[in-house]
Design a binder for this molecule. Structure first.
Ligand SMILES: Cc1cc2nc3c(=O)[nH]c(=O)nc-3n(C[C@H](O)[C@H](O)[C@H](O)COP(=O)(O)OP(=O)(O)OC[C@H]3O[C@@H](n4cnc5c(N)ncnc54)[C@H](O)[C@@H]3O)c2cc1C
Length: 408
């Protein structure tokens, strides 16, 4: 297949707009097709871009504009529900600052950047199929329309349609044993946490919260549950009932959980249902189609990395298409650059999920050993350095040899 000049990008979440911006910078025309009718249609909880995610945006020169949509969050405080501090992590020196966003704000900022870079974004266009033809790929949409291009990029999230079209035997998302809920509340009357995200291993469930100096305060809850509720099943339970259950679960904890839950309006409850990740996806590309972001490598929310990894992958995919002589070589190089890193992070996150769902004995051990481990073995650099220090040099041309060297 000859060099790529045009791409259809399916999905206008995080990976889609970023990939499209990167493709445009690589001299490739990109159109984003998003199933939702309007930008940022969905209500969404809080989402933090880690230093590596911000650095990947920096490689495209869009970090500052996107950063304005969020608040700085350079510190993470781990604690027990009883208020005992387990550890404090500050962003590592010399790196871009982590930032926390309301999901719709981040989506909107990325879409604005994409259109500003000349990307066409079409809403209300749900992909239902595609044909891989010798001279191009033809995408088919639910509204009966179609579009043709050189390549098709599946940035359509954890429940990706493109992934199944690419490989009907592709695995499905797997439940990680926790239900996810969250909310936004006015900050009045709450003690500011400054730029710190607090992560509290409560007696019965995990509670994350932040109260910035400006703007709304946010919280999220991870509840251990053997039952893997879908988002639709979880939302079938009224918000008032969820808030009542949550208050019961956090009644014995000394965190701001009860104060924040009492301030949460029913309409502001974010109900994710069962939290999921993706088992290794065997086929990332075939012919003219390729996966990027959660469609290829969704990590459970506990990693705080899903969005950042999606951004990295979008930038690397565009570099490969820019520099390698054929589509097949570009897709192969892209997978080589990305698979090991993302799958390692997904696997390590499974351990964090176990900590959040620990039983009584596990809780005692965790609360005793965690501070010791942080002081001795789990230094911040050791835990996060290899994740947060990942850098992409956009201006450095990729060659098969440099790809081999960086994955050796
Ligand atoms: C509760 C929760 C909290 C999280 N917190 C964090 C965090 O703090 N930090 C972090 O880095 N990550 C976090 N994540 C993970 C992060 O949200 C994902 O990794 C990220 O959104 C992946 O981006 P994406 O573009 O691949 O997929 P998405 O953001 O899901 O976007 C996919 C887009 O594709 C569209 N689409 C789907 N199907 C089609 C179709 N057939 N045709 C056209 N369009 C389609 C969807 O409407 C959507 O807009 C969290 C996830 C959850 C669930």
């Amino acid at each position: 297949m000859a060099k790529v000049r045009q791409a259809l990008v399916i999905g206008g979440g995080i990976a889609g707009p970023v990939t499209a911006i990167a493709l445009r910078k690589a001299g490739i025309d990109a159109t984003v097709f998003e199933a939702h009718e309007r930008p940022a249609d969905e209500v969404g909880g809080a989402l933090t871009l880690a230093p590596n995610g911000m650095a990947a945006l920096q490689a495209l020169g869009v970090d500052q504009a996107v950063a304005e949509a969020g608040v700085p969050m350079p510190r993470m405080v781990m604690e027990t529900g009883a208020g005992k501090r387990l550890g404090v992590y500050d962003d590592l020196p010399g790196l871009p600052v982590s930032r926390t966003f309301a999901r719709p704000d981040l989506y909107r900022a990325l879409l604005d950047q994409a259109t500003g870079h000349g990307v066409t974004v079409e809403h209300g266009r749900r992909l239902i199929g595609y044909d891989d033809e010798p001279d191009g790929v033809v995408a088919h949409f639910a509204d009966g329309t179609s579009a043709t291009s050189d390549v098709l990029v599946g940035a359509d999230g954890i429940r990706s349609t493109v992934r199944t079209l690419l490989d009907p035997a592709a695995p499905q998302p797997r439940y990680v044993g926790l239900l996810g809920l969250g909310g936004w509340v006015p900050r009045d009357g709450l003690t500011s946490t400054g730029g710190a995200m607090h992560l509290a291993f409560g007696k019965r469930a995990f509670f994350g919260y932040f109260v910035p100096e400006d703007g709304r305060a946010g919280w999220f809850a991870n509840l251990p549950s053997a039952e893997p509720l879908t988002a639709a099943q979880a939302r079938a339970v009224p918000a008032a009932e969820w808030l009542r259950r949550l208050k019961e679960l956090y009644a014995d904890d000394r965190t701001p959980a009860l104060a924040m839950l009492s301030r949460t309006r029913e309409e502001d409850l974010v109900n994710v249902g069962g939290m999921q990740d993706m088992p290794p996806v065997p086929v990332w590309h075939r012919g003219r189609a390729v996966l990027v972001g959660d469609s290829a490598h969704a990590t459970s929310p506990s990693s705080g990395q899903g969005a950042s990894l999606s951004i990295e992958s979008g930038v690397q995919l565009a570099r490969c298409l820019r520099d390698l002589p054929t589509t097949a070589e570009a897709f192969t190089a892209y997978e080589r650059l990305r698979r090991h890193r993302v799958e390692t992070i997904i696997a390590k996150t499974a351990r964090v999920n176990n900590d959040k769902a620990a039983g009584p004995v596990g809780r005692v051990l965790r609360d005793l050993l965690f501070p010791l481990a942080i002081r001795t073995f789990y230094s911040q650099e050791r835990l996060f350095g290899w994740v947060h220090r990942y850098r992409i040099d956009w201006n450095e041309p990729l060659t098969p040899r440099s790809v081999d060297a960086s994955t050796a």
